[in-house]
Design a protein around this ligand. Sequence first.
Ligand SMILES: [Zn+2]
Length: 195
Amino acid sequence: MTNNLKEILDFNKEFVKNKEYEKYNTTKYPDKKIAIVACMDTRLTELLPKALNLRNGDAKFIKNAGGVVVHPFGSAMRSLLICIYQFDISEIFIIGHYDCGVSNINTNSIIEKMVKRGIDKNTLDIISNSGIEVKKWLHGFDCVKDSVLGSVQKVKNHPLVPKDVIVHGLIIDPETGKVDVVVDGFKQNNTEESC
Ligand SMILES: [Zn+2]
């Protein structure tokens, strides 16, 4: 197994010694007053900010599996509220992407893998009996457009989000970086037909 920690620490020592951080210096307040919710997909790590011309200091990035605002009082929504009230964010971009590994996810196979990796079936039963639907919770989405629309609506209609915050919905191509607009937050009437 590669020792990534060692590689990272060796590199880091040189990075700091050579003051390579200097070109990234900025503040914690995003210059463009933008927050982005996007997928953790590795193809987007550099491609997404480059394709959108976002540099260090421009935007807050909130990443998770699928780039979804799953729950109105979950982690992504909490981060967005902090962005709005603590970091003066005025525009939010929900960015899904084509060919997402979270779409059409087979939750049965994930549960099987958990059991194979030593998770006791009783544990799964206890969680289930506590009212937590693990499969539903792990399930991503069947259609990225619906997912983006759903997250945009969740943010726009959130009781703690002020009405002057603009919420856009986009889908990015993980190969070319081309962006399609699902919801233009500045327009009143978006054609929000689903898949
Ligand atoms: Zn994805």
